[in-house]
Design a protein around this ligand. Structure first.
Ligand SMILES: C[S@@+](CC[C@H](N)C(=O)[O-])C[C@H]1O[C@@H](n2cnc3c(N)ncnc32)[C@H](O)[C@@H]1O
Length: 239
């Protein structure tokens, strides 16, 4: 994907900048670099930015930021749960602020081959990084109990038991490999769309994405590490 394939809008950018209160010479961690929208705006204040992202495909955006801002910016490819280690690796002495813009990026959703979207046919992957268990691994191998549990807990899906049963039944005949296969199986299990405002697979896809990427564990580790690494009076902003 190229740097300018699609413009990316950063969520709540003015509010983030106001809360971070970055000044020339400050060191700020952008824990979810993405397309670099926050990072560019923070660099424009004269501060230095350490960008973190677990997704290797953001490198193209990091290269563009580096070309514009030079040594005041560096990208470290890592999950933000390892923020303390990444900060040590950066060689900086003090951390004045950190910002987390949680979740999946529109770029990740738009790329069918990443497997995040129930509206685009792609491999059932959903990994933000390129390591670990995929969504296909989960739906094809997990027992009914744990599968229903994450669909309920991370998807807030009331029909989690019925969906898990349908998944196990279908995979016994043919394992899942594609996003649309899974979306169709869920839709059938719930008796079609029946005028629902969202696709019947929405909550299950969200649950699988959170499980594949251990998003809640990451958030807990990342926030704890930020709190311990920031200087007294440092700013922590979470979107
Ligand atoms: C919503 S986007 C961030 C957009 C960014 N604020 C901007 O303005 O372009 C979220 C980004 O965080 C990354 N991400 C999500 N969870 C992560 C984690 N645990 N560690 C590192 N990066 C993560 C994703 O790969 C994605 O690129």
């Amino acid at each position: 994907m190229s740097e300018d394939a699609k413009p990316h809008l950063s969520v709540m950018l003015p509010e983030v900048l106001a809360a971070l209160d970055a000044k020339s010479g400050d060191v700020i961690i952008d824990a979810t670099f993405g397309a670099g929208g926050y990072t560019r705006a923070i660099l424009a204040t004269g501060a230095e930015v350490i960008g973190l992202d677990r997704d290797p495909t953001v490198q193209v955006h990091a290269d563009a930021v580096k070309a514009q801002f030079g040594d005041r910016f560096q990208l470290i490819q890592t999950p933000f749960g390892d923020l303390a280690e990444a900060f040590a690796e950066s060689g900086k002495a003090r951390l004045d602020g950190a910002v987390f813009d949680i979740g999946v990026s529109s770029m990740q959703l738009d790329q069918a081959e990443r497997g995040f979207s129930f509206m685009r046919d792609g491999p059932l992957d959903m990994r933000m990084a390129d390591t670990g268990e995929t969504a296909a691994d989960i739906v094809n191998t997990w027992e009914h109990g744990p599968l229903a549990h994450i669909i309920k807990l991370y998807g807030e899906e009331r029909q989690s038991g019925r969906i898990a049963t349908a998944i196990l039944r279908r995979r016994a005949e043919q394992p899942f490999t594609r996003t649309l296969d899974l979306a169709d199986a869920i839709e059938k299990a719930l008796g079609g769309r029946r005028g629902a405002p969202i696709h019947p697979a929405t909550r299950t896809f969200q649950a699988l994405r959170i499980a594949v990427n251990d998003e809640l564990g990451e958030l807990e580790r990342g926030l704890e590490a930020a709190e311990q690494t920031l200087v007294d009076g440092g700013r922590l902003v979470v979107v």
